[in-house]
Design a protein around this ligand. Structure first.
Ligand code: F6R
Length: 364
C-alpha cells in the first residue's frame, strides 16, 4: 500500500535512500572498499566493446553508465535506444558484450534488442529489477537492482538503483582492466556509500524544490541543461516533467545550446541547470551565462562550491550536498524527479497513472 503517502510516486521517491543503500551494499564489499560483482558472462578485462541499450528512463541510466564505464574502465561503449538498435543493423565486434537496462524486464523493444544481439553472438548481461522477468531469464547473466516493486508508472527509485549498479560495474570493470587502482576505487566506493545519507537529507526538506515547482508550473516550455554525466540527468528531468505534468520540456547538453535551442530562450522559458562543481563546472556555467544574457531565467542545482558563481546571473540556486563529481548524477536525479512530482501535483494531474502511459510497455 501507500502507507502515509498520498501517491505511490511520493512513497517511492522517499524510498531512494533505502533502495540506494540496499543496492550499493549488494555490490560493494565494505571490508575491501571495492566493487563486488556477481559472476559475469564476459571478461571485462578483454571485452573489445560493450553495447548498451534500453528504453525511456532506463536508457538515460544507461547513458550515465556509458560515461562512467568509458571514463573509469576505458572500455569502448556504444549505446542506443532499443527501438533503434534492433533495426539499425549494428556492427558488432566478435567477443563483444551487451548490457540491457530495465526495471520491468519486459519492455518489448528492449527484449527484442536483447534477443537480437544474443543471436548475433554477443554475451548479454541485463540489469533488471524483476528477477523472474523475461530479460533476466533470457540473458547470459543478470544483475539485480534492489529497488523493490515500483508501482508509480514513472520510474523513480528503480532509476537511481540502476545508476548505483552501473557505478559499481564501472568500478569492477576498471579494476579488472587494471586501469583503476585500489586507492582510487576505495575513494569512489566511499563516495557512493555516502549518497543514501545525502538523498535522505535532500528528501527531508524539499521546500526549495517546491518553490521552483511554483515557477515551472506556469511555463509552457522548460529547458533542462547539463554536461557530461549530468546531461542524461537533464534528459531525465525533461522526460519526467513531460510525462507527469504534460508541460513541454527538453533536455540539452549545455554546450549544444548555441547551436539552435538558444533561439527559444526568453523570459517565459525556465532553464533548469544541473551544474555541480567539478571538471565541467566552468564550461557549464559559461553556457548558462550565455542563456542568461539573452533573458533566460536560470534556475540551477549546484553545491556550495558552485553556488557563488551561479548566483551572479541565476534567478534561483538550489544548493545540494557537495559530493564527488562521480556520484553527482545520482544525487541530481532526485530533485529533478521531485520537481516533476511537485509540478504535477500543482497541476492536478494523475502522478501515479499519467495519461496514455503503461508501467511496462510490452508492445512494440
Ligand atoms: C519514465 C519511465 C519509462 C521507462 C521505460 C522503460 O519515467 O518510467 O520511460 O523507463 O518505459 O521501462 P523498463 O525499465 O521497465 O524497461
Amino acid at each position: 500500500g501507500k502507507g502515509n503517502y498520498r501517491h505511490f510516486m511520493e512513497k517511492e521517491l522517499h524510498e531512494h535512500p533505502i533502495v540506494l543503500g540496499d543496492t550499493l551494499r549488494q555490490y560493494i564489499d565494505p571490508a575491501s572498499r571495492a566493487a563486488a560483482l556477481p559472476a559475469l558472462p564476459f571478461d571485462p578485462a578483454t571485452v573489445p566493446r560493450l553495447t548498451m541499450s534500453a528504453c525511456g528512463s532506463a536508457y538515460l541510466a544507461a547513458q550515465v553508465g556509458r560515461y562512467w564505464i568509458e571514463q573509469i574502465a576505458r572500455i569502448p561503449v556504444d549505446s542506443d535506444i532499443a527501438s533503434e538498435l534492433r533495426y539499425r543493423e549494428p556492427v558488432l565486434p566478435e567477443g563483444g558484450a551487451a548490457l540491457f537496462v530495465s526495471q520491468s524486464g519486459e519492455t518489448a523493444d528492449t527484449l527484442a534488442a536483447l534477443r537480437l544481439l544474443r543471436s548475433l553472438g554477443q554475451k548479454v548481461l541485463s540489469i533488471v529489477n524483476v528477477d523472474e522477468s523475461s530479460m533476466a531469464r533470457e540473458s547470459d547473466g543478470a544483475v539485480l537492482t534492489v529497488a523493490g516493486p515500483e508501482i508509480g508508472v514513472a520510474s523513480t527509485k528503480a532509476f537511481t538503483a540502476q545508476l548505483a549498479v552501473l557505478a559499481c560495474l564501472a568500478l569492477g570493470f576498471g579494476r579488472a582492466r587494471g586501469v583503476l587502482d585500489g586507492a582510487e576505487e576505495a575513494r569512489l566506493t566511499a563516495a557512493l556509500l555516502e549518497v543514501p545519507g545525502h538523498a535522505a537529507a535532500l528528501l527531508e526538506d524539499s521546500t526549495e524544490v517546491l518553490e521552483l515547482a511554483r515557477e515551472v508550473v506556469q511555463a509552457r516550455d522548460v529547458l533542462f541543461l547539463g554536461r557530461g554525466s549530468l546531461y542524461p540527468i537533464a534528459l531525465e528531468g525533461a522526460l519526467k516533467l513531460k510525462e507527469l505534468s504534460y508541460i513541454h520540456a527538453e533536455g540539452y547538453a549545455a554546450g549544444e545550446m548555441k547551436h539552435g535551442p538558444i533561439a527559444l530562450i526568453d523570459a517565459s522559458v525556465p532553464v533548469i541547470a544541473l551544474c555541480p562543481s567539478g571538471p565541467l563546472f566552468e564550461k557549464t556555467a559559461s553556457n548558462l551565462q550565455e542563456a542568461a544574457a539573452r533573458g533566460g531565467r536560470i534556475m540551477a542545482f549546484t553545491d556550495a562550491e558552485g553556488a557563488p558563481a551561479l548566483r551572479r546571473f541565476a534567478e534561483r540556486v538550489v544548493v545540494l550536498p557537495t559530493v564527488d563529481p562521480f556520484v553527482a548524477p545520482i544525487l541530481h536525479a532526485i530533485p529533478v524527479q521531485l520537481l516533476a512530482y511537485h509540478v504535477a501535483i500543482l497541476k492536478g494531474t494523475d502522478v501515479d497513472q499519467p495519461r496514455n502511459l503503461a508501467k511496462a510497455v510490452t508492445v512494440e
